[in-house]
Design a protein. Sequence first.
Length: 709
Amino acid sequence: MRFWKIFFAVLFISVLITNSYAQEVLTGLTRNVVIQKEALRHPVTSPKNGEAVKLPFFDDFSGYIGFPQEKLWSDRQGFVNATYPIYPPTMGVVTMDALDDKGRIYSHADRTPFAADTLTSNLIRLDSNFTFHRPMSASDSLYFSFYYQPGGGCKSQPAVAWGRVGDAPESEDRLILEFGYATGQDIFIGFAYGDYVIEEGQYYIAGDTIPNPFMPGCIYIFESNAFAGEVIQMPTDSLFGPEYVWNEVWSTNGTTLDSWLAEDNLQYFKQVLIPITDPQYFRPNFQFRFRNYASLDLDSWSANVTGWASNCDQWHIDYVLLDVNRNQHDLYPNDVAFVGPTTTALAHYQAMPWNQYRPSDMATSFHNELANISSGVKNTFYNYSVRKAPNTHIYTSTVNNENAQPYFESGLHQYQYHAEPDINFVYEYDGADSATFYITHVFRMEGANDECLTNDTCRFVQKFYNYYAYDDGTAEAGYSLLSTMTNPDASLALQFTLAEPDTLRSVRMWFNSVLDDDNFAEFTLMVWDDNNGQPGNVLYELPAQMPNHAEEYLDFVSYYPEEPVYLEGTFYVGFRQTHDIQLNLGFDQNSDARGFIFYKTSSSWQQSFLKGAPMIRPVLGKYFDHSGVDPRPEMTLHCYPNPTTGAVQVSGLEQMDDVSCQVFDVYGRLLQSMPVQGTLDLSAYQPGVYLLQFTQNQKVLKTEKIIKQ
């Protein structure tokens, strides 16, 4: 994940020229909150035993986000998204990285390459050509193909990393494709384990043996010293599972998208096309799988950048197709598609309060990324329609058809009235507390034979609730101010403009979890008025606030002024910090709010030069909860002593039942889960920093950082 080091160096040098006191810093993420939410909504209950898929097997990952769809894939170690790739063949890819299917860094993650994600297809029927009702053979011309891209984005200007999203895999990292099948035989795969308590008066040293009470006739060999009262994990039974044969058929080492574009400025994705001729695969239980190897880079060079150790080494995969009657020249599917998400209909905001909306807030046009990925010119149709929830038609555009040139020759489809269609409608304010509008864009080829229809449609939900937002709700990075002052004093402010006076009820912020939980430091919530386009006088400040992690709540966290703050005209919301700890605020890299972001480290404000949006949302006027998240009562749980040599007392449990504690290391790996009785025993852990997460009825109550000496 050296990208973050390179990016930091660029930022450091660039900002140092104009301001010797602080720099804006972007870092990667240690969590994938989208996946965490999906894992909670759709827990794995049992292994899949679904019906085998018949050809064609096809997934372009369009039309959905989160886990790969169950009807095609047998596991969930991949993140379907449209926010990390750069110009994929069609909107939506599956990203393979260093995070598991619960959105956390793998427990075995290391600085040397380690096996990370594995994405496996369901069983596929390759025993028969069902069109002709005969056994499959090499003469059926069976081919497997997909597109891939290394993560990390690309540069759009020399030495400036505007387009950097995610992290590029290093040369020792790999992406692998394997073909395989179950042999029908069972083999030994490991042991089941149970707790064995060392009896009073007994102790054992490494190498000692005792009869295994769970498995008569077997002995247990101690790998380390064990003493009376200690609980050890002892094998209780042998486990057997199906034997699989997996053959590597393709692989590539890590690289950068920049190196591809240096060869061909349209080569954002590469296609792989593999013939399947080996008879061993012509069977009813064929499967394929993608695997990646990733590596955490713990170089001490970056030790002064809080939170830089994070998700890394991403690969994006798109347009997976396995079918018969193909050939080595079958490179261009008969398809036109959206390549990326469309944009808001508002000039500046992703969302805003309904009562503050005015027609002048509308943008002049949408921005669509469209492509003809076939081999020839296609006559294409485009329009968009607007509907107010629940189902009131507002507007439908009328646009001429236009020929779209093949992407491999001309790049994206640039016809203005398709790619930059005018916004010829306004929202009509109805006096309600809120409103939701659905904008549906359709881009398709005229006639039949479009190979995929789901990628022809792109939707945007325009929300008018009670808050302003420049961000789209998903963080791709973390934003911090890195101060080099002897007495640090830095501030961040986001600009917002009211159409009529209003009151500030709360500020919603998204803070990321970072290595060692080192962004857990006080800040002051700030509100300013305007001074000629920059923050002016302080209207309100709320000191002694702490960055509650978004991952803990799986949503924005609200900070409430002691009383509503009166606002009018242009105002600014943000924070002030008087320390050099980087707070690591969520940063949306798919929006661009550069003109409305300001930071200060001495006497003058500077305008941000980073493309994106810090995830800060002021909430105005009458309060109503549109998120469905229950307000959380103030938690009084407290752990002491801290630091500790082993025993940790937990106070505040007097009127709380069924509270559990999960112990995590600094990488977010779960080490232990236990009920809380008032005292926790951490004596078995090595010295270091640990996170104690207290939960009740599967809801997080509080997370505390504890130092084990």
